[in-house]
Design a protein around this ligand. Sequence first.
Ligand code: FES
Ligand SMILES: [Fe+2]
Length: 418
Amino acid sequence: MSISTTNESGRYPAWPPEGPSRAPYWSFVDPSIYQREQEKIFRGSAWHFLGLEAEVPEPGCFKTNRVGDTPVVLTRDQDGILHAVVNRCAHRGNIVCREELGKAESLYCVYHAWAYNLKGDLTSAAFRRGIRGEGGLPEDFKLEDHGLQKLRVESFCGLVFGSFDHKIMPLTEWMGEVGDGIRRTLPRPLKVLGYDTQRIHANWKNYHENPRDSFHANILHTFYGTFGLSKQSQESAMVLDRAGRHVYFYTKMGTDRDDATYKQTASNLRSVKSDFSLRDRQLLDWTDEFGDGINIQILSLYPSFVLHQISNNLATRQLVTYSPTLCDLHWTYFGFEDDTPEMTDRRLFQQNLVGSAGLVSMEDASVCEMIRRSLGDKPEGSSFMQMGGKDLNSGGSSKLSERALRNFWNTYRGQMEL
Ligand code: FES
Ligand SMILES: [Fe+2]
């Protein structure tokens, strides 16, 4: 069901009458929209990626991260239970945990030595009783009133998520049918291989849209079309969860049906007309490790998470926001604990395709930044997303469709009350 096209708040221009098949450009640049996103989406009712269980494998391990622009820390307590808290001291707001990854018995604020246990409860405050009868905190001060703000935490197939909404539906219910795509790609315990952070001078939604529109792969990405990793003529599909929040796409290399209709359109594509070749074809050395013929699966969870399998390269991508026109994309590369050294080498070699300088991935961030440059600060107009139809269900499971985008904007408008 499509939501209303009237802007009840009256604070913003009305949404275009076509509803979710258009997104007004002001929503990509308006600072008050950005603030509203932080409140209603990032600190609102949604599950957000916090890290891999493999990054906090033992009691005392922690990982710092951000949900939107709120700093958080993921911990594993002495009983092995995962927790997440806002990484902001309850005293005067200092960052408590300053390292990206580590192990500690408690979380200690360097400013005035307030210390918290791994659940985020305040356990001590320096000079609480004063000295020689002077200073100190009031008699009615209670440690239990001053803990770090807690998130609800759940994990699924080694991925850990948190939410500021303690009443949100369980994580597996939130993921719906798209959870099957995660189960398929993460069947065994994970092993982290490395990290990469990519600064993108664009609105976070520009990047979030990108893996939801799978047909750009054969158009924008010269490497894909030229070397056959992803083409519109291959067997492929799109799977959306019933609520329309999340999506994954897959493609099967080697199933090409380059018939007349494909050839007619593809002959004009920049990506297909290229005369590039590879001296070392090792980059194309893919092994069907999941046994289903799928060489690319890109999975996108609302609002800011991607899980990819590109050949044998596996990674999570998380968007962290800074302003309406600035975000970071955090890439975490991983394999499985039981990988052979040869498989680890293959995954690492294929890293040349992805990340900030990847032969494929660099084009995605470039396009987002080009859109940012085109929009300026007070853009008029809206984007147009009617490939495969105009409404939320049209387009079916075809990759040649913007159905997943229409569903994203529908979910977004619902949460933002726009
Ligand atoms: S701000 Fe953390 S102890 Fe003062
Ligand atoms: Fe792309």
